[in-house]
Design a protein around this ligand. Structure first.
Ligand SMILES: C[S@@+](CC[C@H](N)C(=O)[O-])C[C@H]1O[C@@H](n2cnc3c(N)ncnc32)[C@H](O)[C@@H]1O
Length: 281
């Protein structure tokens, strides 16, 4: 091993891997398992080459000293998994469509502000799926009082989400009555762009679920799907408590297929079935 510690060519030492794990936990709440080691090393090797660094010790030092906010963003992009798709786990959107829309229409059309939150939105498919349901059913008057906050910790996915452009195959796979919301992209014949009526409902913002949230709510529905699974149990439990504080009474909480709402917040939610909960008190 060289004097700079573990290197790209020689692999990563246990202590450098431990440092990276603790940075991911501290900055993102994310627990990196040993199985992810080789994937992370190959992603970070590109960063080391780009920065002209010889070893992982220098890299962890760069992150730890907080000298490079830009590199922290790159690290976040290397550590996070961004897999998503339109109408993933469709029963949540069915619930929104059949159970929430009538009440949202009533309240929003008489001027009440209605807010939804997609709290780990990745490249935007999740909030735009909800927005398509709203745009399909709500009157123009109601729509003018409805907004979806979409947030993520990875600035790269937020940039992609803001462009609202997707491969054409994603539109072809969408429900027939929603396909009209996808329009041909002026930039690329193989891509589509979402209609303004849908885009205008969504506001994207950087937000880290593991830190203080600059949100007040109350939200009618919160999507927190396929992200808590990367957090240790105590971080997950804190998360559910914090969501309970910003959900409206009777508001809906949608979580990912392999996640479970547990811990102190459990008594505040009623299980609606299949990864759906309602705030009861
Ligand atoms: C697997 S994607 C899930 C996307 C979408 N919710 C879905 O279910 O299809 C996980 C997302 O969580 C984001 N993420 C990871 N840690 C986060 C944190 N501490 N705060 C906010 N977002 C985070 C990642 O950047 C990524 O976009």
């Amino acid at each position: 091993m060289s004097a700079v510690g573990s290197t790209v060519a020689g692999g990563i030492s246990d202590s450098d891997f431990a440092s990276l794990r603790s940075i991911a936990l501290r900055e993102l709440g994310i627990e990196i398992s040993g199985e992810k080691k080789s994937l992370l090393v190959s992603r970070l090797a590109k960063r080391l080459r780009h920065l002209g660094l010889d070893g992982f010790s220098e890299y962890t030092e760069l992150l730890n000293t907080g000298q490079s906010a830009e590199e922290l963003e790159e690290f976040v992009a290397c550590v996070t998994t961004n897999v998503t798709r339109f109408f993933r786990e469709p029963h949540h959107f069915d619930h929104l469509e059949t159970q929430l829309i009538p009440d949202i229409e009533k309240r929003a059309s008489r001027g009440e502000q209605v807010r939804l939150w997609s709290s780990a939105c990745s490249t935007g498919e999740e909030p735009y799926s909800a927005a398509m349901i709203l745009a399909r059913h709500l009157s123009d008057r109601a729509l003018s009082n409805v907004k979806i906050l979409a947030s993520d910790v990875n600035v790269k996915v937020l940039e992609a989400a803001q462009s609202a452009e997707y491969p054409k195959s994603e539109a072809d796979a969408a429900r027939a009555d929603l396909r009209g919301f996808f329009q041909p992209s002026p930039n690329d014949p193989g891509r589509v762009v979402l209609a303004d009526k849908v885009r205008n409902l969504v506001t994207f913002r950087y937000m880290n679920l593991a830190k203080t949230w600059p949100v007040r709510g109350p939200f009618d529905a919160i999507f927190c799907r396929n992200v808590a699974i990367y957090f240790p149990q105590n971080v997950q439990e804190d998360l559910w408590v914090k969501f309970a504080k910003v959900l409206r009474k009777n508001g809906s909480m949608y979580i990912g297929h392999s996640e479970r709402l547990a811990g102190p917040a459990n008594t505040r939610f009623r299980f609606l079935g299949s990864t759906m909960y309602q705030l009861t008190n």
